[in-house]
Ligand binder design. Structure first.
Ligand code: IVH
Length: 418
């Protein structure tokens, strides 16, 4: 095989992978990809000096990192103000219109993906670095782990890339990948993760990229952080379409909306869809669509004046087990029911949960007076997810830390909302 044929083979494999991981439209069976991949591996073994940076074989580095270096962001990664109801969303729109002295604003609406923020730097179209959000001013260089994620392009899909491009987005773990990962952990007697976000965070923190490579992570781009040598489109939405053309995954539910009412309609639409999505979202991000208007609005403290996050009601809450009753059904079957201190979760008050399976209660190790995490998804009921009785504080952080270490986690103990 000639050098040029090898370059063509890389292009072919990258096209297969783009179709599969970015477009969700595979164009060849897995076996074809695997066969071509092995052929590429064989050529690279024969000609190590031919190896290209964008070869799919270069996604998984051989050596573990010794630690993650701290890197300053070119442009700070801001956080977002929150709105928890329609009224505060309308207040936001009113503030924006007053500052801009206009009576109508177009917004770009995007699902707020529940993962971790990342900034990817491309120089002359090639991925050179991936940095976590960190404190917003600087983060950790996790490039070797980022490269293992197939939806992250190693090279932009254009012949005329900008000299420098920094893309911001979210790395998350889809629900089905999370379930599989936890099922495997239970099978192997290892610790499980309490939710997809924790699993994504744990996967990115690995020093060995070979471990990260086995985790089903996805990257979705949500903004252009910085660019040199290219004229940005006039609107945020067009910027996202450009990122999509360059080979990034963008969210297919992103849309523009007119005024506060358009934003509220989008909320209603997405809230309906939320439970059926293949990934977790915790709200919606609304952004003033015109870049010139964004610049005019600027930011205060760490948050832009031109964007807001509308949060959905929390799907997970913590509460205490008050006691256990045993219900006798018509057939004589006995079902234990946990009586819970009433807690408002996912839009309803939950005060008990049937515990279908004795083994699972044992595995959770739930005892009366213990604290548990109650998870509610859609209308299907509630799940006791973890026993967090040993927690030292009720802050989310500690609960998260404890849960990701929890040997008690079980996701199969389903029950019904009262
Ligand atoms: S835009 C200035 N868009 O939410 C705008 N953020 O507090 C900054 N997030 O951790 C962010 N989905 O990673 C934006 N479609 C989206 C998002 C999104 C999730 C996360 C982001 C950050 C947090 C913002």
């Amino acid at each position: 095989m000639t050098h040029q044929q090898m370059l063509d083979l890389i292009q072919l494999l990258n096209d297969y992978s783009y179709a599969y991981h970015v477009k969700d439209e595979p164009i060849v069976p897995d076996a074809v990809y695997d066969r071509d991949y092995r052929q590429l591996q064989a050529i690279e073994a024969k000609h190590p000096d031919w190896i290209q940076a964008d070869s799919p074989t270069q996604r998984v580095g051989e050596k573990p990192d010794s630690g993650f270096a701290n890197v300053a962001h070119t442009v700070p990664m801001l956080s977002l103000d929150n709105a928890f109801d329609n009224e505060s969303l309308s207040d936001f729109d009113q503030r924006v219109r007053k500052l801009l002295n206009t009576d109508h604003v177009t917004y770009c609406c995007e699902p707020k993906l529940d993962g971790l923020a990342i900034s990817l730097r491309y120089e002359d179209g090639r991925l050179v670095r991936g940095v976590t959000r960190g404190d917003g001013l600087s983060g950790e260089d996790i490039t070797s782990n980022i490269k293992t994620i197939y939806s992250v392009p190693l090279k932009l899909r254009t012949q005329t890339p900008p000299a420098v491009l920094e893309v911001r987005g979210e790395i998350y773990m889809p629900k089905d990948g999370f379930e599989k990962l936890n099922a495997l952990a239970i099978e192997q007697g290892e610790k499980t993760f309490v939710n997809p976000r924790n699993a994504a965070a744990g996967s990115l923190r690995q020093l060995d990229p070979k471990i990260t490579a086995t985790r089903p992570l996805v990257m979705c781009a949500y903004s252009i952080g910085y660019v040199e040598g290219w004229d940005q489109p006039k609107s945020h939405y067009e910027g996202l379409l450009q990122l999509s053309e360059w080979g990034f995954r963008t969210n297919d539910l992103m849309a523009t909306a007119e005024g506060a009412q358009g934003c509220i309609d989008y909320y209603e639409m997405l809230n309906e869809k939320r439970a059926s999505l293949s990934y977790d979202i915790d709200g919606i991000v609304y952004k003033v669509d015109q870049i010139a208007l964004q610049n005019q609005l600027g930011f205060i403290a760490r948050a832009p004046r031109w964007a807001i996050a509308r949060k959905f009601p929390a799907q997970e809450e913590m509460t205490r087990v008050l006691g256990v009753d045993f219900q006798v059904g018509r057939t004589g079957a006995i079902t234990p029911v946990a009586r819970l201190e009433p807690v408002f979760v996912g839009g309803v008050t939950v005060s008990n949960a049937t515990l279908h399976n004795k083994d699972e209660i044992a595995r959770l190790g739930v005892k009366v007076n213990d604290f548990v995490i109650v998870h509610r998804a859609g209308d299907v009921g509630v799940t006791l997810k973890a026993n967090v009785s040993n927690r030292k504080s009720v802050t989310d952080r500690l609960v998260e830390q404890h849960c990701s270490n929890s040997k008690y986690f079980v996701n199969a103990c389903s029950a019904f909302a009262s």
